[in-house]
Design a protein around this ligand. Structure first.
Ligand code: ADP
Length: 265
């Protein structure tokens, strides 16, 4: 029996969110403290790989090593540098999205191409460790910024692969759901405890820190997803059960959901 299944609409948040603004001082203090937390988080996230990197550098300098060991050290150092680069790249993407400048280039996105791209990436990342299924309605499109949509949906698929043990299954669907275009990715992975679901889109929030780190996570993916979807007036819904798996569903508004009559129009 699936008793613990929880469905949480992650956003839009409650309507009364605006009421808080009437108390200006409290709101300013809150913003200020969020900013401090953010800076502390970023510093901490970068400091960890930096410390490891410095340690290896010191060893390389101080201790004469066999060629094999030296190569292994250099590889580990490259990994830490790549990790820092991922964090900085994701931070830059987030900063741009949060800057509130609407990106140019809204168009009817070729979702067939986007989905093929996601499938290729999933196959590469999974490297045969999972069963992957894609069920795609090719004639269905949405209006939006292609690079942003690709990055948001890509994050959801990547997470499904990364948080599903070997031998598990991942299913991606793209189809009309009522009058809304809907994208969903279901996995048979680790799942997410109910209490964590509302916090998933916070920057650097992770359910399992070491698992995220081991799989190359930055803790920023779902924060990026949230911003992209908000810019597209889309909704994110998360259903998950610990130890059984998760389903992330994105629903676009009807006015952005278009079914093409002819493919070569
Ligand atoms: P990360 O880079 O750590 O994956 P995200 O913002 O993409 O950061 O996700 C935040 C956290 O949400 C992850 O660390 C993971 O604990 C959890 N999570 C996201 N997607 C899934 C999933 N499909 N299954 C289980 N846990 C997930």
């Amino acid at each position: 029996k699936r008793q613990n299944t929880l469905s949480v609409q992650v956003f839009p948040y409650g309507e009364n969110r605006k009421l808080v603004l009437s108390d200006d001082i409290t709101e300013l203090e809150r913003t200020d403290s969020m900013r401090r937390d953010f800076v502390a988080n970023v510093s901490h996230e970068l400091k960890t790989p930096l410390t490891v990197l410095s340690g290896f550098l010191e060893t390389l300098r101080e201790i004469p090593l066999e060629e094999d060991d030296r190569a292994r050290y250099l590889e580990l150092m490259e990994q830490q540098a790549a990790r820092m680069r991922h964090i900085v790249d994701d931070l830059l993407v987030l900063a741009k999205l949060e800057g509130d400048i609407k990106s140019p280039g809204e168009q009817a996105i070729d979702m067939g191409a986007v989905l093929r791209h996601l499938q290729d990436d999933a196959m590469t990342l999974s490297a045969g460790r999972h069963k992957l299924a894609f069920d795609v309605e090719e004639t269905l499109t949405v209006t939006g910024v292609e690079t942003e949509i690709l990055s948001a949906l890509g994050n959801l698929v990547t997470n499904a692969v990364r948080y599903t043990p070997d031998g598990g299954s991942i299913k991606v669907e793209w189809r009309l759901f009522g009058d809304r275009a809907a994208f969903s990715v279901s996995d048979t992975g680790f799942g997410i405890p109910a209490a964590d679901i509302p916090r998933l889109t916070e920057r650097f929030y992770r359910v399992d820190r070491s698992r995220s780190r081991d799989t190359g996570g930055t803790g920023l993916g779902l924060a990026i997803v949230k911003h992209v979807l908000q810019r597209h007036d889309a909704l994110l819904d998360v259903k998950s059960e610990e130890g059984r798996g998760s389903t992330f569903t994105v629903r676009f508004p009807p006015q952005r959901s278009v079914r093409r009559q002819t493919i070569h129009a």
